[in-house]
Design a protein around this ligand. Sequence first.
Ligand SMILES: *[C@@H]1O[C@H](CO)[C@@H](O)[C@H](O)[C@H]1NC(C)=O
Ligand SMILES: *[C@@H]1O[C@H](CO)[C@@H](O)[C@H](O)[C@H]1NC(C)=O
Ligand SMILES: *[C@@H]1O[C@H](CO)[C@@H](O)[C@H](O)[C@H]1NC(C)=O
Ligand SMILES: *[C@@H]1O[C@H](CO)[C@@H](O)[C@H](O)[C@H]1NC(C)=O
Length: 413
Amino acid sequence: MARLLHHVVLAVSLLTLAWPASCQRLPVLVPVTKDRATSLHTIPFHYGANLVVDIAGPLVWSECQSDHLPADFACRSDTCRDANTYPVPGCSATGCDRKHKVCTVYPYNPVTGACAAGSLVHTRFVANTTNGKNPVEQVSVRAVSACATKELLKSLPRGATGVAGLAGSGVALPAQVASSQKVAKKFLLCLSRGGVYGDGVAIFGGGPLHLTAQPETDYTQSLEYTPLFTKEGNPAYYVSVKSIALENSIVPVSTRTLDAGGVVLCTRVPYTLLRPDVYLPFADAFRTAMKAQNASMVKSVAPFGLCYNTSTLANTRLGYLVPTVTLALEGGKKWTMTGVHSMVDVKRGTACLAFVQMKGVKAGDGNVPAMIVGGFQLENFVLQFDLEKKRLGFFKLPFFTNCGHFNFTRRSG
Ligand SMILES: *[C@@H]1O[C@H](CO)[C@@H](O)[C@H](O)[C@H]1NC(C)=O
Ligand SMILES: *[C@@H]1O[C@H](CO)[C@@H](O)[C@H](O)[C@H]1NC(C)=O
Ligand SMILES: *[C@@H]1O[C@H](CO)[C@@H](O)[C@H](O)[C@H]1NC(C)=O
Ligand SMILES: *[C@@H]1O[C@H](CO)[C@@H](O)[C@H](O)[C@H]1NC(C)=O
């Protein structure tokens, strides 16, 4: 009897061991390229089509192609409802072409703010699966995208044919890859500074992530977590910041001020934007701290407000030696940024504080985020957006590596 039981237990445990492996497939990998002219990041979508990464985008859209299969999604279909969950402000949306009884969607250009009516089509996302170290094999993932006319591409990087929305909605790319490929509903972003640093990486399924400088290390094991929030009617990812510190001094900006409007992550702004009631005390504190270390200010270069003579700044492996910016996050974790994330070289001899004051916004206006964390501050952080657990995992890469160190060469054999 005991022996039989033993066999049964063994068989069951073998089954449970085998089961996840057969049903969960490998994560899906794409290189993420930074465009120098616009500072936007793009990913290849399929043969020759490159889409701008918009983590706040609720849809995938691209220029209409003649080979797009016409797909008549009914107005009442789940897909149509999902695609219209987040109406674009200022875009008159009805969600339905009543004459032809097909779904209408409203692709949106995150740079110009323009939107246009379009239709939903079946398409394919061609990428590689990955073991977290190298590409493994090419896959063609079924997807639904909106198709728009060429006019909507204005101000996107040269060669971009649309936008890959990575928000938490049902028709954004993460949910679509998760359901077609049976990977976890999370994605990892590691944005590179571009140019000589090479391409960064996105992994749908969330990881693991290994980089060539330390091939045995899976950086997703080092993630720290903070809750992700969304706001009613807004697909963007918010985090809760309790306070901001410069070096070890708290900047006089209250939690209530930061909570009014919140703190949102955004790949479509190149540098972090601060609402005036956050920027002014922050810039004041920074200026005072820099004065104490005898850094000399030079004429500022737009859009930046505080610029310094680089020969009066010490340079280290963590960037210029300036007061460390620390965001204290909900859950007690800290997001720290040294000179590499807070100072940008704008021209020979001049480096500026890479935090910018929002224009045309009133101090304390709770309809506007207190802080929009932009691309420059997100680069070279491993960011894992977990849509199931509604949390953001983050990890600052050590100085000897960066997001350009993923090995995109397939293992032979
Ligand atoms: C998949 O990886 C191989 C090997 O690196 C590469 O040649 C190919 O372009 C990749 N495919 C896609 C769609 O990225
Ligand atoms: C800044 O300059 C003053 C006057 O020259 C000097 O006393 C002080 O030690 C300097 N501070 C630093 C941090 O170098
Ligand atoms: C920067 O500082 C160096 C050394 O103090 C000085 O020679 C140079 O003229 C300064 N540059 C500017 C733009 O002020
Ligand atoms: C990248 O991966 C390939 C295949 O495993 C390997 O041959 C090559 O040495 C790796 N390159 C680096 C820089 O680690």
